[in-house]
Design a protein around this ligand. Structure first.
Ligand SMILES: Nc1ncnc2c1ncn2[C@@H]1O[C@H](COP(=O)(O)OP(=O)(O)O)[C@@H](O)[C@H]1O
Ligand SMILES: [Mg+2]
Length: 415
């Protein structure tokens, strides 16, 4: 079984890409489920078929579903919070603290994921394609299982009657009543889910982009955080590429056939700039490309065309890249950011840091990176480039080191 999640900023083409990928998988003979977790569902519009909360077969091998647990969870969880808060107060806890304790952050998200995982298992699907909510929410969703486990750890200190009530209420909205028949079992379920979602053999994350500034930025941030939490990103999709653009695949894109219309020609220039930037900033992730069509890409026929553009003869369910596009390791009190870079000339590495942005230049090669908060709070003290990997060192903040400063380094290592 393979789970593939498409994420990205609103409107870039996540639903379209997810639907097209699912169709392609189904055509290749894999039993496929495409499921949307975005509250603003548009999967039915994209496939041009009415959908419900249960998987429906809409083409040979292809099942589709718009999951909607948010309301259900709100209803039952609200009720449970009331009970739990009351029980805690009776144990002598102050009202404010009791109510605070009874809020479990991200419950809806966890339940959505649990549903998907359960369906994947029960439906015996070879492929589960997830059309996710816009990036910010999805990242929150994916980081929830961890904070959720931490929170549940705290709950296990509750006394038995409270847990029993909580367990009874949980039964109403978690998918499998036997598996999740209590808090402890729910914790187990979430742990298993976490294991599935971080296993690169089972799950892949693909960030959908358009060649434009804000979209690329948000996409870069998504890769940063997914990597930080060990979620395996295996490709980026660049959707809506204008005709007439070419690139060498290594960060140099240009307008090969400029449009006669000056308005279009300027748009081509802008796209060429961001195409190049995408190839540099998302290296070493493979890039899947789809053109900007002059029709709306809805309905099975057009989605098939888009799927062919993206994958050619390839199988969308393959693991397209193995390894971490970036990694943070601890060395004593330092953090070291490891970043694979293409074959650049070994020259002086220059780092500039501004807030959470890190600008790396090696000779003519330039790359921009969005740092997770944990690194953004520190200053970079130096960088070395060895065996295709750039290592940037971040000593602890404080002391004489200013939190934000531009760092010049001498860190080249000749081979
Ligand atoms: N490559 C493309 N060419 C033309 N129209 C596209 C393309 N990709 C997406 N669209 C259209 O753009 C709109 C938004 O796409 P959608 O997949 O719903 O975005 P998202 O799910 O990211 O919000 C839809 O109407 C879709 O048909
Ligand atoms: Mg969508």
């Amino acid at each position: 079984m393979r789970i593939i999640l498409y994420l990205g900023k609103g409107g870039v083409g996540k639903t379209t890409t997810a639907a097209a990928s699912a169709l392609r998988c189904a055509e290749m003979g894999y039993r496929t489920l495409v499921v949307s977790t975005d509250i603003a569902h548009s999967l039915a519009d994209s496939l041009d078929r009415p959908l419900t909360g249960l998987p429906q077969e809409i083409a040979p091998n292809l099942f589709a579903q718009e999951i909607n647990v948010v309301e259900e969870v709100h209803r039952h969880w609200g009720e449970m919070q009331g009970y739990v808060g009351g029980a805690l107060r009776r144990q002598g806890m102050s009202k404010a603290v009791a109510e605070e304790m009874a809020i479990i952050p991200g419950m809806e998200e966890v339940v959505s994921l649990l549903h998907i995982n359960q369906q994947a298992e029960e439906g015996h699907f070879d492929r589960v394609i997830v059309d996710a909510a816009p990036t910010g929410e999805t990242i929150r969703l994916l980081t929830v299982p961890e904070s959720f486990q931490w929170y549940m750890g705290r709950l296990s200190s509750w006394n038995d009657p409270t847990k029993k009530i909580a367990g009874m209420l949980l039964k109403r909205f978690v998918p499998d009543k036997d598996i999740f028949s209590g808090l402890d079992n729910l914790v187990e379920g979430v742990k298993r889910l976490q294991a599935v979602l971080t296993n690169p053999e089972l799950t892949s994350y693909r960030v959908v982009l358009n060649p434009e500034k804000m979209v690329v930025k948000e996409g870069a941030r998504a890769v940063t955080y997914l990597s930080l939490f060990n979620y395996p990103v295996d490709a980026v999709v660049v959707n809506r590429i204008l005709p007439g653009l070419e690139s060498n695949g290594l960060g140099e894109a240009f307008v090969a056939a400029p449009s006669g219309d000056p308005y279009m020609a300027r748009l081509q220039e802008i796209q060429a700039r961001y195409l190049g930037e995408i190839e540099r900033d998302f290296y070493p992730l493979p890039i899947l490309r789809s053109p900007w069509y002059d029709t709306e890409m809805v309905g099975v026929e057009r989605l098939e065309i888009l799927g062919r553009a993206l994958y050619g003869d390839r199988d969308p369910g393959e693991v397209l890249y193995k390894g971490q596009p970036q990694q943070i390791i601890e060395e004593g009190d330092d953090f070291v950011l490891k970043l694979p870079l293409p074959n650049v000339e070994l020259e002086k590495v220059t780092l500039k840091k501004r807030g959470d942005e890190l600008f790396v230049s090696i000779g003519n090669f330039k790359r921009e990176l969005l740092l997770p908060t944990v690194l953004a709070q520190r200053a970079a003290s130096g960088a070395v480039f060895t065996d295709g990997v750039l290592s940037v060192r971040f000593p602890p903040a404080g002391g004489a080191t200013p939190a934000v400063r531009a760092a010049e380094t001498n860190g080249t290592t000749p081979k």
